[in-house]
Design a protein around this ligand. Structure first.
Ligand SMILES: CC(C)(COP(=O)(O)OP(=O)(O)OC[C@H]1O[C@@H](n2cnc3c(N)ncnc32)[C@H](O)[C@@H]1OP(=O)(O)O)[C@@H](O)C(=O)NCCC(=O)NCCS
Length: 197
């Protein structure tokens, strides 16, 4: 494996959507068919303010590493996010959760007025455990103008998985724990940290 990191434009994401969603479904161990449910949402996200996407691609050892080689190489991982805003469902859910745990309005305003939502971060199962997830997260968060980065991740007993280890290593702390998004029976943690990393 000879991974390279690249930025994806909205057009790149659209062109490689099936492959990117395949990685998401494999990494999250979601049932096949979830891709179709998510496709229009991932495309809609590309139009949001501050959207940025990055990918890890697997280049052959003898590739010239030209932009064409890289953009056409098989995906090993994908990550994206955008600037949070009050008309977004995710922000509305997080604000409701913060109110439910009794967070002060000042704290809510401070978090919500300027944050990057790290929406998706997934590495193909065969490529996990080599530092690619951290490299993608760092690339995605470099140079952001927002004051915070926020994300949600499923609660796992003892925080014992790679996602949790990665987020803790990157300095993310608890914003809300054990949160139930509307319509989802699973418990999630909302984590965040100040930017820059
Ligand atoms: C979470 C996820 C994105 C992390 O990506 P990753 O590439 O597997 O993991 P990291 O970047 O954190 O890599 C760190 C691991 O690589 C190992 N590693 C090897 N070489 C490394 C290097 N040069 N630099 C850093 N870590 C390296 C570390 O020892 C560490 O192993 P450990 O986690 O067993 O302790 C990925 O595992 C994934 O897609 N998981 C399933 C989907 C998911 O949970 N997504 C997030 C949902 S919110």
């Amino acid at each position: 494996m000879a991974p390279h990191l690249i930025d994806l434009s909205p057009t790149d994401m659209e062109r490689r959507l099936g492959e990117a969603l395949g990685i998401y479904v494999d990494a999250m161990r979601y049932p096949r068919g979830t891709e179709e449910q998510r496709a229009s949402m991932w495309i809609e996200h590309t139009r949001r303010h501050g959207w940025k996407a990055v990918a890890a691609v697997d280049t052959p050892a003898d590739a010239a590493d030209t932009p064409d080689d890289l953009i056409g190489a098989p995906l090993l991982g994908v990550a994206y996010g955008y600037c949070g805003a009050p008309d977004q469902w995710w922000q509305q859910q997080v604000v409701a959760g913060l109110k439910r745990i009794g967070a002060a309005q000042d704290r809510i305003d401070e978090l919500m007025t300027s944050y990057f939502e790290l929406t998706e971060l997934h590495i193909s199962p065969h490529a996990q455990g080599h530092g690619l997830g951290e490299a993608l997260a760092r690339r995605l968060l470099t140079g952001r103008e927002e004051r915070h980065v926020l994300l949600s991740t499923p609660e796992i007993n003892g925080e014992a998985n790679r996602a949790w280890r990665l987020y803790r290593r990157l300095g993310f702390s608890d914003v809300i724990r054990g949160y139930h998004f509307a319509g989802d029976p699973r418990a999630f943690a909302i984590l965040g940290r100040a930017l820059p990393l």
